[in-house]
Ligand binder design. Structure first.
Ligand code: PXG
Length: 464
């Protein structure tokens, strides 16, 4: 997650002032700060539709929907109006001490309609990380209430990304995230993920899917089912490299969780709200979650809001407990965030954005992505709904990677920035997750730029 080199863009005095303030006082997420200070951050000043503009007036097509979240595109009046109205009517009230407000009540009701079957009670948080942290506490509490306090170990996967708070980072399986904070915490265990292109070797995707699903069963048997509380996973792994599971994977995971009485917590922070072509990744893959976490697309990123959705199995136990549940944030179910999320879901329904991602627009996006497979640098393209990945490799036949010191993905991303496209690099895997409102002509523009930038990196490497 390194920063881009903006040293080449011409800079106005205003841009320089912002960059200086920023370099002096702002700690950025996932950033090497002294490197960033050398050339200054790119300053994004406005956005509309699928485009963002920087302070130098450069326009970029946002192939990442912000950070996988702006489903309805930027600059939507409906969401701004809903936020403004709530700010005037009820800028804040909490949901502690037996109070609520119309926004939280209506949003919970709406979520019970669109979330996977059986998920019908919602706890609100302000970020995906807080949602997963809350989920870990709910999992522990559930087993305590069920008088099975030994069931505490949580299994998640390598390359999983679940956030950065202590528990969420412990769930995450991106190894660079652990040593700085002495993580994972005790009781968090990781298994292999179904990254067929990277790790599948000669196996068919289907066999590899079964093998990696059965890694869960092996771990449960190794540690004892009586000690395992839950399995936590994203339907499609996002920040770990857009890992799309083989078709055999999720049915096997459903089976294993049921067999060993292990709760299944599905992290829908990226996959939720149409991203995989249905409302939730669980719907796309037939996953049967006991609970889910959602954020990002819930408000299209317009307001910070997350929700943990509980199925009846967990919900009933929490609901019927006689003691007070000691958990909640000042801003749980913040009225402005709930109002904006509601307006966002209304736009998504009115404009059939989920159906578009699962239908014609998604199909067009996938077709244009697949056309890049003929490029000498592209080892594989893969996609589902409006998520796409491009593997840049040294050798297409053997899947041999470039030397990481060459920073091929990072340099490709710099070409993208310089040419008007935001495309994410995860190692040498280029990733796309555009706003769901993107049109076919904008998809053409996006892939025209993507090909140009892959050509540029190929030229740099002397491969063309
Ligand atoms: N779960 C998943 C699946 C996520 O993708 C989180 C939880 C944490 O959400 P918050 O709101 O606490 O950030 C995420 C977040 C990237 C990138 O560069 C991805 C995320 C966040 C920041 C950067 O791919 N995903």
């Amino acid at each position: 997650m390194s920063q881009s080199d903006n040293s080449t863009i011409a800079k106005s005095n205003q841009t320089k002032r912002w960059q200086e303030m920023d370099a002096a006082h702002h700690l950025h997420p996932f950033t090497t700060h002294h490197e960033l200070a050398k050339h200054g951050a790119r300053v994004i000043t406005r956005a509309k539709g699928v485009y963002i503009w920087d302070s130098e007036g450069n326009r970029l097509i946002d192939g990442m929907a912000g950070l996988w979240c702006v489903q309805v595109g930027y600059g939507r009046e409906e969401l701004a109006e809903a936020g403004y109205k709530a700010l005037k009517e009820l800028p804040f009230y909490n949901s502690f001490f037996q109070t609520t407000h119309p926004y939280a009540a209506e949003l919970s009701q709406k979520l019970s309609e669109v979330t996977p079957k059986g998920i019908d009670r919602f706890f609100f948080a302000n970020s995906g990380s807080e949602g997963n942290d809350s989920a870990v506490k709910i999992i522990r509490y559930y087993w305590n209430l069920k008088k099975q306090p030994k069931k505490k170990i949580i299994i998640s996967r390598n390359k999983g990304y679940h956030g950065v708070t202590l528990a969420s980072a412990s769930l995450s399986g991106i190894s660079a995230m652990h040593p700085q904070a002495d993580l994972p915490l005790p009781g968090f265990v990781h298994i292999a993920c179904p990254y067929w292109y990277g790790d599948g070797g000669d196996m068919t995707p289907e066999d590899f899917g079964l093998k990696t699903a059965r890694a869960l069963e092996e771990k449960i048997l190794e540690l004892g089912a009586e000690n395992i509380a839950a399995f936590v996973a994203e339907p499609v792994q996002g920040a770990g490299g857009l890992i799309i599971p083989p078709s055999t994977y999720w049915a096997e995971i459903n089976r294993i969780c049921k067999k060993y009485d292990v709760l299944l917590h599905i992290d829908e922070v990226i996959c939720g709200f149409g991203r995989t072509g249905k409302w939730f990744g669980s719907d796309t893959y037939g996953i049967e979650p006991d609970m889910i976490n959602m954020a990002k697309g819930l408000s299209s990123g317009y307001q910070p809001i997350a929700a943990v959705g509980l199925g009846t199995r967990i919900g009933d136990v929490l609901f019927n407990s006689d003691e007070e549940w000691s958990h909640g944030f000042t801003y749980s179910g913040h009225p402005v965030a709930c109002a904006v999320a509601l307006a966002n879901l209304e736009v998504m329904q009115k404009e059939h954005l989920v159906e578009k991602a699962g239908g014609a627009t998604g199909a067009y996006f996938q077709k244009k992505l697949a056309e890049l497979s003929d490029h000498p640098l592209v080892g594989e393209t893969r996609s589902v709904g409006m998520l796409g990945a491009i593997e840049l490799v040294k050798d297409k036949k053997t899947r041999e990677r470039f030397d990481p010191a060459l920073e091929v993905g990072y340099r490709c991303r710099l070409h993208c920035f310089a040419n008007g496209l935001v495309m994410r690099a995860i190692g040498d895997t280029m990733v796309l997750s555009p706003p769901l409102v993107i049109s076919e002509s904008e998809i053409d523009e996006l892939f025209g730029l993507a090909r140009r930038c892959i050509d540029l990196i190929a030229r740099d490497l002397g491969k063309q």
